[in-house]
Design a protein around this ligand. Structure first.
Ligand code: HEM
Length: 411
């Protein structure tokens, strides 16, 4: 990302994306997310768009995004993101690896996140959702972002790894630094700011890893430490890198999903009402939230050989972003794509990616989003926005989060 063919994203990110989202108080009338109209306009003109000012291609249609994601040899993940933890560990991050390294490490982590394994965590996820809500319920008001969505995913992933759940505040801080370090806009000066916190995270995790070496427990960290991968152990650096990835990947995206979920339900009172009355719709509602406003708008790849994409000749080293946000509104795949419909089924959105890097935590994220929405709807009656301020983008530039979402309700 920082090489001579680096993405030239400026501090604003791609045009129009992630600015304040204007919103009128009572109606929640903004029809779509920040930046989306711009990208939809590009998608109407063609499936691929080259942005000269940024020296990168945008892949915009559902069909082509799938094509890119099913050809990892041509569209590689080694775009710099593999170095995101370099201040804390020498091992590259899983999500920036290509096969065969990727295959080996992914298989190890994947067993902890199968739908069956995750289903066993359902009760615990609900208990944690109640626990975070307990802290604010009496006030009859909360900031969904700070009070629920920043806490729940970190508590859940900490529990899976076997780390103290009450350390979520440390994980939150570290996760923010990792997300900032992963942003395509990061500069060398800003990188220096991330070094201290990432080293702090390293020290924290090293102590836990050393502990599991001598006292293995029934947790994922112990499994990483003692895993036998094709006859070899993971070294400490690899365990560190995997653990850091799970903490950071498990946090920001899911937090955005929960926050955006409440936001869009409030913006569509008929859909909110439908969901209140029939909680069996939670699974399709969560998919629709993810489709309508993906927590990761766009994700980078780098080209490894000359290839034609809809008349554009891409050369080795060229950069591209696959844009889940427009693929999810592709009218060749979704009927009435701009309509928010919590009963939509099937819903083949690409918000979790596709192919070999398909989100490892998808089942867990779905479960956390369902639990958070279910518990909030159960316990917070007459939910509505508490202020009239415009919603602001929060978190790293490449993630689609809100800074705050203040609501009030009747407990
Ligand atoms: C990969 C989205 C939650 C762990 C990905 C990718 C996407 C994504 C788009 C693929 C990136 C690519 O194509 O390069 C999301 C969304 C989430 C979510 C929208 C929440 C709504 C989680 C959770 C975890 C997690 C809860 C784990 C605890 C991972 C990991 C990868 C990944 C480890 C890398 C997989 C690989 O490279 O093989 N996620 N994610 N994610 N996600 Fe998620």
């Amino acid at each position: 990302i920082r090489g001579s063919r680096a993405l030239k994203l400026d501090e604003r990110g791609p045009p129009n994306i992630h600015r304040s989202v204007c919103m009128t108080s009572s109606t929640f009338s903004e029809p779509h997310s920040s930046g989306l109209p711009y990208y939809q306009e590009l998608a109407r003109k063609g499936e691929v768009h080259f942005e000269p000012s940024r020296e990168m291609y945008l892949v915009l249609s559902h069909r082509l995004v799938r094509r890119v994601l099913t050809d990892p040899h041509t569209f590689s993940c080694r775009n710099g993101i593999e170095n995101v933890f370099k201040d804390a560990t020498s091992a590259p991050a899983l999500l920036g690896l290509d096969p065969p390294d990727h295959t080996r490490l992914r298989a190890l982590a994947a067993s902890a996140f199968t739908p069956q394994t995750v289903a066993r965590l359902k009760r615990c996820t609900y208990e944690l959702a109640h626990r975070v809500l307990n802290e604010v319920i009496e006030a009859g008001a909360m900031d969904v972002v700070a009070d629920i969505s920043d806490k729940l995913p970190l508590m859940v992933i900490a529990g899976i790894l076997g780390l103290p759940r009450d350390d979520w505040k440390h994980f939150l801080r570290w996760s923010h630094y990792i997300a900032a370090a992963a942003a395509p806009t990061v500069t060398r000066e800003k990188e220096a700011d991330h070094r201290g916190p990432l080293l702090e995270m390293r020290r924290y995790l090293l102590a836990e890893i050393e502990d599991r070496r001598t006292r293995p427990m029934e947790d994922l960290l112990s499994r990483f430490v003692h895993a036998d991968v094709e006859g070899a152990r993971l070294d400490t650096e690899e365990v560190l890198s995997l653990t850091m990835l799970l903490v950071s990947a498990g946090h920001g995206t899911t937090a955005n999903g929960i926050g955006q979920g409440i936001r869009w339900l409030l913006a569509h009172p008929d859909q909110l009402d439908k969901l209140r009355r029939d909680r069996r719709l939670l699974p399709t509602a969560v998919e629709e939230i993810l489709r309508y406003d993906p927590p990761m708008y766009m994700v980078p790849r780098v080209v490894t050989r000359t290839v034609d994409l809809e008349g554009h000749t891409l050369e080795e080293g060229d950069r591209l972003l696959y844009v889940a946000a427009t693929a999810n509104r592709d009218e060749n795949v979704f009927s009435y794509p701009d309509q928010f419909d919590i009963t939509r089924d099937p819903n083949p959105h690409l918000s979790f990616g596709y192919g070999i890097h398909f989100c490892l935590g998808a089942a867990l994220a779905r479960q956390e989003m369902r639990a958070a929405l279910d518990v909030i709807l159960d316990r917070c009656l007459h939910l509505e926005r508490a202020d009239t301020a415009p919603l602001e983008h929060g978190g790293a530039v490449h993630l689609n989060g809100l800074k705050h979402l203040r609501v009030r309700f009747q407990p």
